[in-house]
Design a protein around this ligand. Structure first.
Ligand SMILES: Cc1cc2nc3c(=O)[nH]c(=O)nc-3n(C[C@H](O)[C@H](O)[C@H](O)COP(=O)(O)OP(=O)(O)OC[C@H]3O[C@@H](n4cnc5c(N)ncnc54)[C@H](O)[C@@H]3O)c2cc1C
Length: 506
């Protein structure tokens, strides 16, 4: 396994404060904070419930200012893709309304977040600033710098655990190295202890009287205009905490009973669709876990399978923590010499637009484009097709997902692409090449999912729908202008295996 070397302790190990649970954080009070406002700096945690930073700020008993900064610097975090920007706009709108209902105001600022936080702290003479931790390298380094500067200015600066149930530095092998295998990682998490219960939502917020400047959200131009490609996203999703809780209720009250048995079936609607809500922190994994464990629907098997999926999220964040370039660098370095085909725009566009001639792949890519989401099984199939049948570098696919998924996530997207490519740790081996036709017959046997997304095939019977142009009983006029498969699956599979054999020995 080619997991990257041990992390540089300076870069990766959080400060003593960050290492400990929130209630143990250094409470050195440099000055009296009485009556001085507390700033809550929100980032990937756009919620009021189970928000430990907000809770701690409210418990200070001082007026509350809630801040979100749009920081576009790629040195801090990867710039958001189009679908994520759409989501962010609506999530902030929903959040602002909730904060106002509770008695305070969401302040929006744009720029270098480190400077904006300090500027606002100076403006209101804040007693303290509170936030939930982030885990990518640029984010941690920004947070560390902000903490230092705030403390140097005599303010309280505290960070909390709100986004992961197991923070990466708390789960390590006996020799101190990070886990490279998911199953061992998840067992170690179970041993490390039970995640806490969600923190209560403050019923009221004592907002600051002073009028502060807040940007107009519209001026950030997060929404697409020409063309407005987001109508399908709006039909499918309700960004914000309320929409998130509705999805959660729907899942634990119904879908969960089918989870273990049918989660792999894209037509079955058996998974939770909570991924974008988790990505933006409209729900925390603590809340989701508790709701799932409390659910009376279905067998224990469903609950444990679901928790294991949340475990993949935790594992991927641990990978990101220890491998800051997860989205750009092969974890297995022998993949650096892989003879990828040049990604011609014509080939890439056929894949992106769902015109490959492989119905399951096309259904998935059209679902993604229209709704901003794709079923997990189909994500694996379309990724495998791009990498192992079109022989296109996984980073091209990762970038397209990054731009089009509403749940585009710095850890989950990159780690899963590397998993499918075989270039990651604990990955599917490269030589295991999905046959998209067999996958389609197995997981969408009646073709319901394909029919929902590929209208050209709406009238094709189940027997032929997985491979409509194969020689056989189907009258080809029934498939209209649905394209021929763009590649021969067998020949391209063989080519991929030869290419893999070339790099294996390096
Ligand atoms: C190529 C590829 C790219 C992906 N990109 C992303 C991404 O950008 N963002 C993202 O959140 N997920 C990504 N996934 C993982 C997975 O497909 C989605 O999390 C899942 O489909 C979301 O649907 P759900 O909420 O109904 O999942 P459920 O099955 O209901 O799972 C519950 C939650 O567990 C987590 N989860 C489930 N499966 C995985 C997984 N394989 N890896 C990590 N976390 C998981 C998600 O937070 C999810 O919401 C990707 C998978 C592949 C194969």
């Amino acid at each position: 396994m080619a997991a990257s070397a041990a992390p540089d302790p300076q870069a990766h190990v959080p400060s003593a404060t960050e290492k400990h649970a929130p209630d143990q954080t250094a409470r050195s009070r440099p000055t009296d904070t009485h009556g001085r406002p507390s700033i809550v700096w929100l980032r990937d945690d756009l919620r009021l419930a189970d928000n430990p930073a907000l809770r701690a700020a409210v418990d200070e008993g001082n007026p509350i200012v809630v801040l979100f900064v749009l920081d576009d610097s790629p040195l801090v975090a990867r710039p958001r893709g189009g679908a994520s920007r759409w989501w962010l706009h609506h999530s902030l709108t929903a959040l602002a309304e909730r904060i106002e209902e509770r008695g305070a105001r969401l302040i929006l600022r744009r720029g270098d977040a480190a400077e904006e936080v300090q500027r606002l702290a100076d403006e209101v003479d804040a007693g303290g600033v509170f936030w939930n931790r982030r885990y990518a390298e640029g984010e941690r380094s920004q947070d560390g710098a902000v903490k230092k500067a705030l403390r140097a200015a005599g303010r309280v600066a505290e960070s909390f655990q709100g986004t992961l149930m197991y923070e990466p530095w708390t789960i390590a092998r006996d020799d101190g190295q990070p886990y490279g295998v998911y199953s061992a990682f998840w067992r170690a998490c179970a041993k490390a202890g039970t995640p806490r219960e969600p923190v209560a939502e403050p019923q009221s917020l004592d907002g600051l009287e002073k009028r502060l400047h807040s940007d107009e959200l519209a001026s950030w131009e997060l929404l697409p205009t020409k063309p407005d490609w987001a109508t399908g996203l709006a039909e499918e999703w309700t960004p914000g905490e309320r929409g998130a809780h509705e999805r959660l209720r729907d899942f634990v009250g119904d879908r969960i009973s089918r989870y273990s048995g049918q989660r792999d079936r894209p037509g079955a609607e058996a998974s939770s669709r909570l991924s974008p809500h988790l990505r933006f922190g409209e729900l925390s994994p603590f809340q989701v876990r508790t709701a799932v464990l409390d659910s009376r629907e279905g067998a224990a098997e469903n609950r444990s399978k679901f928790q294991a999926e949340l475990g993949w999220r935790e594992f991927n964040y641990s990978l990101l923590f220890h491998n800051p370039n997860l989205d750009s660098q092969n974890m297995r370095r022998n993949f650096d010499g892989f003879p990828w085909h040049p990604a011609s725009s014509e080939v890439l566009e056929r894949w992106q637009q769902g015109r490959t001639g492989i119905p399951l792949v096309d259904a998935g890519m059209r679902q993604l484009w229209t709704s901003g989401w794709m079923h997990n099984r189909v994500r694996m199939v379309v990724a495998s097709f791009l990498i192992k049948n079109l022989l296109i570098d996984w980073r091209e696919g990762e970038q397209w997902f990054w731009d089009t998924l509403v749940d585009a996530d710095p850890a989950n997207n990159a780690a899963n692409w590397q998993w499918v490519a075989g270039s990651g740790v604990d990955s599917a081996p490269f030589f295991r090449v999905f046959n998209p036709v067999l996958q389609s017959q197995k997981f969408d046997p009646q073709g319901d999912y394909i029919r929902a997304w590929v209208p050209e095939l709406a009238d094709v019977p189940a027997k032929e729908i997985h491979e409509p142009r194969a020689s056989g009983g189907l009258d080809l006029s029934e498939v209209g202008d649905y394209p021929e498969p763009m590649v021969d699956l067998k020949a391209t599979r063989a080519e991929a295996l030869d290419a893999f054999a070339e790099i294996k020995s390096h």
